[in-house]
Design a protein around this ligand. Structure first.
Ligand SMILES: Nc1nc2c(ncn2[C@@H]2O[C@H](COP(=O)(O)OP(=O)(O)OP(=O)(O)O)[C@@H](O)[C@H]2O)c(=O)[nH]1
Ligand SMILES: [Mg+2]
Length: 335
């Protein structure tokens, strides 16, 4: 038996909280050691159920997640949380807010909570949250919750990150709900109307319902339920946990009358996710290769300037870059 100390990957797999924290920092910083770590743990992932929680700023997502953690813990399940906070690079406040809001679970070894800043880089965010979720999955967390503020593309990103997408809305936007972006209607597996203690919750439920009734749901297809919650009191949270499980059973084909090959199966989603990550990574590695091995220093910037000045069109520029990287006689990618 060797006496070498366990590697970071081994410590993550053993569920060591300090190793989990370190590993997430590595992937968040796009450190090469983070890529190394993902390689080492990847085969041991895929067991956790990934829950995406999205919605407008201040909808009560973190408060709801805090209650959901309590419910899942009561059922004996371990939980990891990645809370993404796009405002923190500017204010630094909300990350702390997330910690405080979910602090109830700080002493519980069955719970690991991590806030992440987006640094205004959406592609990086999707990658970092996916990798952080992988770390928590490898560490043995049964459920991994990913909280993101819904702003534009983020809703699409969460579909690429999670097994289920929960869209949290609040009363007060009821009248505008018909203007809800089609994107949100399409990605939601469960609608949550939080702050149900406030005036207008039922109106919002009706508005979402009206919107859903315009969609066509095939035989055995999942129709997103609309749940009312009051995160501050915990009301409706056990129903939310039950709805998550019902979706999971449905998506993993355990529920009856489910059409195979449907878009809402977990396997189909995970496959799409894998493809997206592969394509995204290849694009990133290719750019990395171009910038480091093909182009002279500053050459890309010059191209960008010329495009901005309308001297060069982006199609010609991109084709030129691809051709040059392929035609290099000593191309390190093809050696
Ligand atoms: N009245 C009422 N207030 C709530 C409810 N849920 C959350 N809040 C309050 O709403 C505020 C925002 O809650 P958060 O949980 O931080 O909301 P969030 O969606 O995570 O916010 P961001 O992450 O900053 O987008 C807090 O002051 C909560 O106490 C609710 O059900 N009813
Ligand atoms: Mg929050």
């Amino acid at each position: 038996m060797t006496t070498t100390s366990p590697t970071l990957a081994e410590r993550v797999l053993a569920g060591d909280p300090r190793a989990i924290a370190r590993a997430i920092t590595l992937v968040e910083n796009e450190d090469p050691a983070g890529a190394e770590l993902v390689r080492a743990i990847f085969a041991r992932t895929g067991r956790a159920f990934l829950v995406g929680m999205t919605g407008p700023p201040g909808a009560g997502k973190s408060t709801l997640v805090d209650r959901l953690i309590a419910e899942l813990r009561r059922q004996g399940r371990t939980v990891g949380v990645v809370a993404v906070d796009p405002t923190s690079p500017f204010t630094g406040g909300a990350v702390l807010g997330d910690r405080l809001r979910m602090q109830t679970h700080a002493a519980d070894v069955g719970v690991f909570i991590r806030s992440m800043a987006t640094r205004g880089h959406l592609g990086g965010l999707a990658r970092a949250t996916s990798d952080a979720a992988l770390v928590l999955d490898a560490a043995g967390k049964d459920v991994v919750v990913i909280e993101t503020v819904g702003v534009g593309q983020d809703e699409v990103d969460i579909v690429r990150t999670a097994d289920i997408s929960i869209v949290t809305l609040v009363p007060g936007m009821g009248d505008e709900v018909q203007a809800l972006k089609a994107g949100i209607m399409e990605i939601a597996d469960i609608f949550v109307v939080n702050k149900a203690d406030r005036e207008g919750a039922d109106r919002l439920v009706s508005a979402i319902e009206a919107n859903l009734s315009l969609q066509h749901y095939g035989d055995g297809e999942w129709r997103p339920p609309i749940l009312k919650t009051t995160a501050t009191s915990g009301s409706g949270v056990s129903e939310l946990a039950a709805a998550i499980d019902a979706f999971r059973d449905h998506a993993s084909g355990r529920a009856p009358a489910h059409a195979s090959g449907a878009r809402d199966t977990m396997a189909a989603r995970r496959r799409i996710r894998g493809e997206y990550r592969l394509r995204e990574l290849v694009a990133r590695l290719f750019m990395y290769h171009l910038e480091r091995r093909v182009l002279a220093a500053g050459e890309l910037e010059v191209m960008v300037d010329r495009i901005a000045a309308r001297e060069l069109d982006p199609y010609t520029a991109a084709t030129d870059l691809v051709n040059r990287s392929i035609q290099l006689p000593d191309d390190p990618m093809t050696r």
